[in-house]
Structure formats: structure tokens, C-alpha cells
Design a binder for this molecule. Structure first.
Ligand SMILES: Cc1ncc(COP(=O)(O)O)c(C=O)c1O
Length: 361
């Protein structure tokens, strides 16, 4: 028998969420962010379900090449740009656009002057203070880039640090600084991640760059995915592999860290941190058993979790357990586990079987 840990990927839900992006930003082109294996959902399968995307955002040349080799002809953007000069040839060969966020990456382009022209996205640091050129030096950087024969179109991007918070002053400030910096300059502009697609319409500009909302998680602090009309794409599930009746005071799992508060049934489900379920999820984190809510009990093991089955007297070995997805918001689980959906999605690993579903069930 095959171990029952499965990630069901609902491709129509992905398409639905993409349509939400289109509704929110009808005048912008859409760069679907599919880096990190489409946030753990499977790069090529996810990309195939996004025929309306005008471009794909990735982080490694490997991801870009996988998309090209799968037959995608659309614009692909390396969001952190080139990691060394040798990648310049690959970017040309595979027609990959490159972000340029520091001077060393311009050196790479200068060192390899021959080859197909590369379109460049110049990253400006408007306040996140992670990657990007200082606004004051942008005109000089553009001039330097324009002198390189290999450089084709130049576009501009910046990234928000706090777009998830509707009350943060950073977002309007970053937007203003971005637009002021580029005043009078030619070239398409891009600012908006998922949170800004939904909450900051005046930041949409020429290109939006949604990631997490495509996968059905809310990027906003103040709204759930349901509120935003987003549908879960990944449902992570398994089965009960043991159900036992315990006495009051019986400990469950490593460290005997959780004790049965009363005589009660305890379930053991086949999933653990070896599959990507977060080890730091505390007792009480919600799960579904037979589609109804139950709670994690005891420490997460490599291959198993304990479940408090009070309220589930009917539960039997083989019954379905959902960790997140349909019926249980990944954002709620992430919040209980002290993390974010991005990390949960990306953590699901190769031990898990992925089922790609073409029709929503
Ligand atoms: C440059 C850039 N744009 C867009 C995104 C998409 O962000 P989100 O998943 O929050 O929509 C990311 C993700 O980290 C990013 O690094």
C-alpha cells in the first residue's frame, strides 16, 4: 500500500485566483510569480494552468530553463538577476529577462558583450532595504546600461515591504518615491505583489507581480482568502493509521509534551515534518478528520502526528485527515504554527505525492 500523504493541486482553483488578479488589475500585465517550484505547487503544472499570464517570475536559471524546456514561449524574468557572469550566456540563449539590482550584475553584462540582447528590469530600493539601487543613482545606472550593446529594453521594478498592512504608511511612500525617481524616463514600471494587487490599486502600473494569492492564500492581514474570493489550490491530506482509547493523564508523542486531559480517543495520522508539516505547530493547531475540525495533540514527529479525537467518536483507521486546503485555511494553520502560508507551501517536499486535478471536485 502506498503511504497516503498527498497534496491535491486544484488547477481550476489556480485559474480562478488568476482571474481574481485580472479583475483587480484589468489594465496591467500580469507576471505570475512561480518561483520556488510555484510556491511548492509544481512549477510546470502551475504554469500550464496560467495561460493568461504575460510573464513568469522565477529566481533561478534552472527554473527558467525548466519552463523553456517545457515549451513556454512567454517572457520569463529572473527576479534576483544573474548570480555570475557565466549565466549571461544562458540568459541570452534561453531568452530570459534579468533583474539588475547591484553594480556587479552590470559588470557581468559588460563582460559578455556578444549574444542575443537581454531585456533588463532595473530594481530600485524604495524602502524595503533588501535589494535594489538607491533612487539617487538610478539615472546614472540607466545610462551605464544603455551603453551596453547587449541590453535591450529597460523596465523598472521595486518591491513593497508592508503592502499586507492597509494602515502602513510605507506603501504610499514607496510608490511616490518610485514614480518620482522615474519621472521623465521611458520604460515600463512594476510594483505590486499580491497584497498590492488587492489593496493598493494605484500601485498597479504596467505590470503586477502576484504570487501567493494565485495559490489561494490571503496576502492581507485584515482579510481572509474567503473574504477576498480566493480558492485554496493545495489541499494537503493523509489518513489515520491508528486510533486508540487513552486514559486521563496518558502522554502522547515525544517528550510526553501533551497529556490527555480526560479518557479519550487519540488518532495518529501519517504525516510529519519529514513531509514538510511544520514541527513547531503546537498542540491545538487545527486539522480536519472526516471533514470536521479536530486538533493536533503532542509534538509533531518525522512521519506522524497525534490528533485529539474528542468529538470524533466515529473516527477509524483509514479516515481522511486534512492538514490545510479545502475546508481548512492554510492561513489559519500558518497562524497557529507561528509562520506564514508561503513557508508551509514551500515546505511540502518530494516525499508527498502530488495529484494534479484538472476539474474542481
Ligand atoms: C520581486 C517579487 N515580486 C513579487 C513577489 C510576489 O509576492 P507575493 O507572493 O506576496 O504576491 C515576490 C515574492 O516574494 C517577489 O520577490
Amino acid at each position: 500500500m502506498t503511504r497516503p500523504v498527498r497534496a491535491r493541486i486544484d488547477l481550476p482553483a489556480l485559474q480562478h485566483n488568476f482571474e481574481r488578479v485580472r479583475q483587480c488589475a484589468p489594465a496591467s500585465r500580469i507576471m505570475a510569480v512561480v518561483k520556488a517550484h510555484a510556491y511548492g505547487h509544481g512549477l510546470v503544472n502551475a504554469a500550464r494552468s496560467l495561460p493568461g499570464a504575460h510573464a513568469f517570475g522565477v529566481v533561478s536559471m534552472d527554473e527558467a530553463i525548466s519552463l523553456r524546456e517545457a515549451g513556454f514561449d512567454r517572457r520569463i524574468v529572473l527576479l534576483e538577476g544573474l548570480f555570475d557572469a557565466a549565466e549571461t550566456g544562458l540568459a541570452g540563449g534561453y531568452r530570459v529577462d534579468v533583474v539588475v539590482h547591484h553594480a556587479g550584475q552590470i559588470d557581468f553584462l559588460e563582460q559578455t558583450r556578444s549574444g542575443r540582447p537581454l531585456d533588463v528590469w532595473l530594481k530600485i530600493d524604495t524602502g524595503m532595504h533588501r535589494l535594489g539601487f538607491d533612487p539617487g543613482i538610478v539615472p546614472a545606472v540607466v545610462e551605464r546600461l544603455r551603453r551596453i550593446g547587449r541590453v535591450g529594453e529597460i523596465r523598472f521594478l521595486s518591491h513593497f515591504c508592508c503592502a499586507d498592512d492597509a494602515n502602513a504608511g510605507h506603501t504610499p511612500h514607496q510608490r511616490r518615491l518610485f514614480l518620482q525617481t522615474l519621472e521623465g524616463m521611458e520604460g515600463e514600471r512594476s510594483l505590486a505583489n499580491s497584497a498590492a494587487v488587492l489593496a493598493w490599486p494605484d500601485s498597479h502600473l504596467d505590470w503586477v507581480r502576484p504570487g501567493v494569492m494565485l495559490y489561494g492564500s490571503s496576502p492581507l492581514q485584515q482579510a481572509s482568502a474567503d473574504d477576498l474570493g480566493l480558492r485554496p489550490v493545495m489541499t494537503l491530506g493523509t489518513q489515520l493509521i491508528a486510533v486508540t482509547q487513552r486514559r486521563q493523564g496518558d502522554p502522547v508523542g515525544y517528550g510526553a509534551a501533551w497529556e490527555c486531559p480526560q479518557a479519550m480517543p487519540v488518532g495518529i495520522a501519517a504525516i510529519g515534518y519529514g513531509d514538510g508539516y511544520p514541527r513547531h505547530a503546537p498542540s491545538g493547531t487545527p486539522v480536519l478528520v472526516n471533514g470536521r475540525r479536530a486538533a493536533l495533540a503532542g509534538r509533531v514527529s518525522m512521519d506522524m502526528i497525534g490528533i485529539d479525537l474528542r468529538g470524533h467518536p466515529e473516527a477509524r483507521v483509514g479516515d481522511p485527515v486534512t492538514l490545510w486546503g479545502e475546508g481548512l485555511s492554510v492561513d489559519e494553520v500558518a497562524s497557529a504554527a507561528g509562520t506564514i502560508s508561503y513557508e508551509l507551501f514551500c515546505g511540502v517536499n518530494r516525499r508527498v505525492l502530488f495529484d494534479y486535478v484538472e476539474e474542481s471536485g
